[in-house]
Ligand binder design. Structure first.
Ligand code: FE
Length: 200
């Protein structure tokens, strides 16, 4: 099935537990969901070692179910690692290369925020700022689920979780207020490091 190794839980900054606008309770509960994704990647990986490929079927088969849900579980791990990694910061406007990218692509930071917010309000699960390495473009992309609408060879540097579990306890239906809180707690230094990793 491939060369999957057992994956481990990632540790995040302590400052994600003391954010303004996203409560400690929300973060603690949200981390439990992240842990669930990590466990499921490992569980599915183990089951795939024993699956009977001879019974493969596109309508229903064990290998189909395992491989489809593996993509959901991996998405859940990767999306949340990006999310928690770049929270616990002080928000504000970005500096350096991220500021340049945003200005060049969207005209200004304010324009980028307008587009990100609209993308996130229209999403059922995720909004990502990502770089498409084939087309050399930056875009705020939308995802409805952990594993929906990936653009091949586009690498996200910002992941905004718009599932209700990310904000319901703090804001009820007011997702817009949560998006503001997300931006208020964004750690641009971490985003900058992510951008440096994918730079050509
Ligand atoms: Fe989430």
């Amino acid at each position: 099935m491939g060369q999957f190794k057992k994956i481990e839980l990632k540790k995040f900054k302590d400052s994600i537990f003391t954010m303004e606008g996203i409560s400690k309770t929300t973060v603690e509960n949200h981390l439990k969901l992240y842990e669930g994704y990590v466990k499921k990647v490992n569980e599915i990986t183990e089951k795939l070692k024993m699956v009977d490929g001879g019974l493969a079927n596109q309508v229903y088969s064990e290998i189909r179910e395992l491989k489809v849900e593996l993509s959901f579980a991996i998405g859940g791990v990767k999306n949340h690692e990006l999310y928690f990694d770049h929270l616990g910061g002080s928000g504000g406007k970005p500096m350096g290369s991220v500021a340049e990218i945003i200005d060049e692509t969207f005209g200004s930071y304010d324009n980028w925020v307008i587009d990100l917010k609209a993308t996130a309000m229209a999403a059922r699960g995720w909004a990502w700022l990502a770089y498409d390495r084939d087309w050399k473009v930056w875009c705020n992309y939308i995802g409805d689920s952990q594993n929906t609408y990936p653009i091949w060879n586009a690498t996200p540097v910002i992941a905004l979780d718009t599932y209700e579990h990310a904000y319901w306890a703090d804001y009820g239906t007011n997702r817009a207020a949560y998006i503001d809180a997300f931006l208020h707690n964004l750690d641009w230094e971490t985003v900058e490091k992510q951008v440096a990793l994918i730079a050509d």
